[in-house]
Write a protein that binds this ligand. Structure first.
Ligand code: S3P
Length: 165
C-alpha cells in the first residue's frame, strides 16, 4: 500500500500524529529528522551548525529517494522537506501527501519551549514563524489534502486522516 506522507510546518504535530497513525494502520513509522540523525550520527542542530542548511537539505533528498522506493510507511517529514519540488515528486510517486496545518499563534505556542529548531532559534519567534509560513504557503499546498490541527487532539486528527484516505 502507498505511503502516507505528513507534510507541514514545524509544530503542526506531524511526529505525534504520524506515530499514532502508523499504529492504527499497522504501518512502519519514519520521522525524517530522526532518520537523518541516525544516518549522520549528528543531531539536526549539529548538522545546521557544523555543515549548514544545504547539507541538511542534501540529506533530506537522499532520504526521500530511499523512502519513495518503499511502501506501508507513515512518514513524518521535516517542515522543509517539500521546499524541494524533487522531493515532492519522489514522495508522491508512492504516497499520499497529507498536510497538517495550524495558525501561527498555535505554532508559536507549540514550539516556544522547544527552541532546538535551528530555523526558529533566533530573533522574534512570531515574526519568524509568520514570514516562513508565508514563504512556504505554496509548498504545503502541494498536499493531496490538508487537516487543520488548531483545536484537535492527535486522535481526532488520526481519525480524520483515516476516514479521508
Ligand atoms: C525544518 C523543520 C524541522 C527540521 C529542521 C528544518 C524546516 O523539522 O527538519 O529544523 O525547515 O521547517 P520539524 O518540522 O519536524 O520541526
Amino acid at each position: 500500500m502507498k505511503n502516507i506522507v505528513l507534510i507541514g510546518f514545524m509544530g503542526t504535530g506531524k511526529s505525534t500524529v504520524g506515530r499514532a497513525l502508523a499504529k492504527r494502520l499497522g504501518y512502519r513509522f519514519i520521522d525524517t529528522d530522526y532518520a537523518i540523525e541516525q544516518i549522520t550520527g549528528l543531531t539536526v542542530e549539529q548538522i545546521f551548525r557544523k555543515h549548514g542548511v544545504k547539507r541538511f537539505r542534501g540529506e533530506e533528498v537522499l532520504l526521500a529517494r530511499k523512502l519513495a522506493a518503499q511502501e506501508n510507511l507513515v512518514i513524518a517529514t521535516g517542515g522543509g522537506m517539500v521546499l524541494d519540488p524533487e522531493n515532492v515528486k519522489m514522495l508522491r510517486q508512492n504516497g499520499f501527501l497529507v498536510c497538517l496545518a495550524a495558525s501561527s499563534e498555535t505554532i508559536c505556542r507549540r514550539v516556544r519551549n522547544k527552541r532546538t529548531r535551528p530555523l526558529l532559534a533566533r530573533g522574534n519567534l512570531h515574526r519568524r514563524v509568520a514570514s516562513l509560513l508565508e514563504e512556504r504557503k505554496g509548498a504545503y499546498q502541494t498536499a493531496d489534502f490538508t487537516v487543520n490541527t488548531d483545536d484537535k487532539s492527535p486522535d481526532e486528527i488520526v481519525n480524520i486522516i483515516y476516514q479521508t484516505l
